[in-house]
Design a protein around this ligand. Structure first.
Ligand SMILES: Cc1cc2nc3c(=O)[nH]c(=O)nc-3n(C[C@H](O)[C@H](O)[C@H](O)COP(=O)(O)O)c2cc1C
Length: 382
């Protein structure tokens, strides 16, 4: 089959107030390298993001905890302390110095957590599902290694406003840290998804039951973020028909159509869609196209970033066909600090090393070579 020429990925596009020069975005990637104690972005993270910043390119930060009790991943950075804001500010300055843009992905893990990561606070969710913490295949990264999640409890309806306030507070700190906007992590089975999907949400109050009720939490959080940033600097990431983290829904297509339609009213910077062929960070449906993006393109009226299982030529096709405005790459960005350049010039890509996705040092993080470095080191061995 003839390879598609890469053209449209490298045409400019306006996203919210940002004038991007290309459409190869960096997907949010949890990498566990924040400084401990305190979950503070330090020098290693600064180097990693500086390496991956490109002229007119968009980076979405790794998922960032909005509160200690909402944190569920050892080494994930936060946005709830002044030290974290100062750490992020150095990173956004470095990205901007390379004429790049950066959104902060805001994260509450809900039930996907362990008391060792939350200062002992019991994880919360929409409802109680013991099969989740009893599933031996589900593991959380904790200060004491990989462990099954702790038992969680259902949020009392009176507690929900304070979680929405935690999101608002993190959005304000993201602003103080110099980000260009915020992306709500509402996919992959984290707290907003735990409200959306009826395989998890069994509530009988105004946050459970109908699509309207199950979307209420998500929409309240989006409203809070918009109150801080304005709609065009807020984005939402969803995983329609996603199966990571034990999520399921009895009617996912109709549910996410509803969600996308509701999001139209905010004038968001973009909707970020993870294709169901990806489960977390693994491709589970080889050969499946970008079905979620193609569908939601007909429903959502703003810009769309598609993600999950893309290669340069399938990304180009999604943009050329008009289904996506940008494509976010995850694993290829892990391994290729200069990914946009490599895609533009058709250069070979470094392979990623799954074993170092969630380790704690520079190896497998900042030591992937740039293309020039690779050719220089090759030259020196000749
Ligand atoms: C190491 C790693 C960490 C990830 N962390 C996050 C995260 O923090 N937030 C998120 O929304 N998705 C996260 N993902 C999912 C990616 O953003 C992306 O959706 C997934 O890797 C599929 O895209 P790809 O096929 O281009 O890798 C992560 C994936 C990987 C490989």
């Amino acid at each position: 089959m003839k390879k598609l020429a890469i053209r449209k990925l490298f045409t400019p596009i306006q996203v919210g107030p940002m004038q991007l020069e290309h459409r190869v975005a960096m997907a949010p990637l949890t990498r566990s390298r924040s400084v401990q104690p305190g979950n503070i972005p330090g020098n290693l993270m600064l180097e990693y993001y500086s390496q991956r910043a490109s002229d007119g390119g968009l980076i979405v930060s790794e998922a960032t905890s909005i509160s200690i009790s909402g944190g569920g991943w050892f080494g994930a950075p936060g946005l709830y302390s002044d030290e974290q804001v100062a750490g992020w500010e150095r990173i956004t300055n470095a990205v901007h110095a390379k004429r790049g843009y950066m959104f902060s992905q805001l994260w509450h893990t809900g039930r996907a957590s362990h008391v060792d990561s939350t200062n002992g606070t019991t994880p919360v969710s929409s409802s109680v599902n013991p099969e989740y913490w009893q599933d031996p295949t589900i593991k959380e990264s904790t200060p004491h290694g990989w462990q099954q999640p702790s038992p969680h409890r259902a949020l009392d309806i009176r507690e929900i406003p304070s979680i929405v306030e935690d999101y608002r507070g993190a959005a304000e700190r993201a602003k103080a840290a110099g980000f260009d906007g915020v992306e709500l992590h509402a996919g992959n089975g984290y707290l907003p998804d735990q409200f959306l999907q009826d395989g998890i949400n069994k509530r009988t109050d105004m946050y459970g039951g109908s699509f309207e009720n199950r979307s209420r939490f998500l929409l309240q959080v989006v409203e809070a973020l918009v109150s801080v940033w304005g709609g065009n600097r807020v984005a939402v990431r969803i995983a329609p028909s996603g199966t990571w983290n034990g999520v399921s829904d009895s009617n996912p297509i109709a549910l996410f159509d509803y969600v996308a339609k509701q999001l139209n009213r905010f004038g968001l910077a973009y909707l970020h869609i993870i294709e169901p062929r990806i489960k977390g960070n693994v491709l589970i449906a080889e050969g499946q196209g970008h079905i979620a993006t193609a569908r939601l393109r007909k429903v959502f009226t703003g810009k769309i970033i598609a993600a999950g299982g893309f290669e340069p030529d399938t990304a180009e096709a999604a943009v050329q066909e008009g289904d996506a405005d940008l494509v976010a790459f995850g694993r290829h960005f892990v391994a290729n600090p200069d990914l946009p350049k490599r895609i533009r010039l058709g250069l070979p890509l470094n392979a990623y090393d799954r074993d170092t996705f969630y380790t704690f040092d520079a190896h497998g993080y900042t030591d992937y070579p740039f293309y020039e470095q690779r050719s220089e080191s090759l030259a020196s061995t000749l």
